[in-house]
Write a protein that binds this ligand. Structure first.
Ligand code: ADP
Length: 212
């Protein structure tokens, strides 16, 4: 997972408010898109190129499972079955991860928020920390393309949740639970739609252009 803690973010000028608290001029970003669209790959590339911190809830969960932590044991069956981890557990983990990140470093949320309740919780959490969501990058690709990519990833990465039944469940959950999050941000005019079909570098360039 990219973890660009170095304060090399050129776009986030730090300014001092009247209270002397450092604030962000460029807010945080959310990368959204269905399973298999390449969110993780793209979020990692963008974060590395710009010195942002990538905060991927899927990666954090998988890391807890690998390290066999208490949290890892609690979430493993959800991931194995392609189900969403309960909102409270997910939000608490994000809160914990955000704690150590400087207000002047831009965070790229990847795979979070995935439900409207998570989006509302994120707004509250960011407000407490003097942060905000600036833009939501929505990557998309046709369902056939997603299915093809996910089944080839099942072979190359051997992820437990890339079996055909679990893949179908994850795509359905995205439609049912995560699509409303797009409307949530659309109402605030924050969503930028980006075509996720094409070479990895071309998609990264499209995303970079969408941010600027
Ligand atoms: P993908 O987008 O391909 O499903 P992720 O790595 O983002 O891959 O997520 C993998 C799994 O981790 C999800 O299927 C789910 O079980 C869990 N997960 C990740 N993020 C969240 C979240 N924000 N809320 C609930 N569960 C999550």
């Amino acid at each position: 997972m990219a973890d660009g803690r170095a304060a090399s973010d050129e776009t986030s000028l730090e300014i001092l408010s009247a209270t002397g608290v450092a604030r962000l001029s460029a807010g945080d970003l959310v990368v959204m898109g269905p399973p298999g669209v390449g969110k993780g790959t793209q979020a990692k590339a963008l974060a590395q190129q710009n010195g942002w911190v990538q905060l991927s809830t899927g990666e954090l969960f998988r890391d807890h499972i690998r390290r066999e932590t208490d949290l890892g044991r609690r979430v493993k069956t959800y991931l194995d079955q392609g189900l969403y981890v309960p909102d409270e557990v997910t939000v608490e983990m994000v809160r914990e991860r955000l704690r150590g990140i400087s207000p002047s470093t831009r965070v790229l949320f990847d795979g979070f928020p995935r439900t409207v309740a998570q989006a509302e919780a994120l707004d509250r959490l960011l407000e407490e920390l003097g942060r905000r969501v600036d833009a939501v990058l929505l990557l998309d690709a046709p369902r056939e393309e997603l299915l093809a990519r996910l089944s080839s990833r099942a072979i190359t990465e051997a992820r437990a949740d890339d079996t055909p039944e679990v893949i179908a469940k994850r795509l359905d959950l995205y439609q049912g639970e995560t699509s409303p999050v797009i409307s949530y941000y659309d109402d605030r005019g924050l969503v930028k739609r980006v075509n996720g079909v094409g070479k990895v570098d071309d998609v990264t360039r499209r995303l970079r252009e969408a941010v600027n």
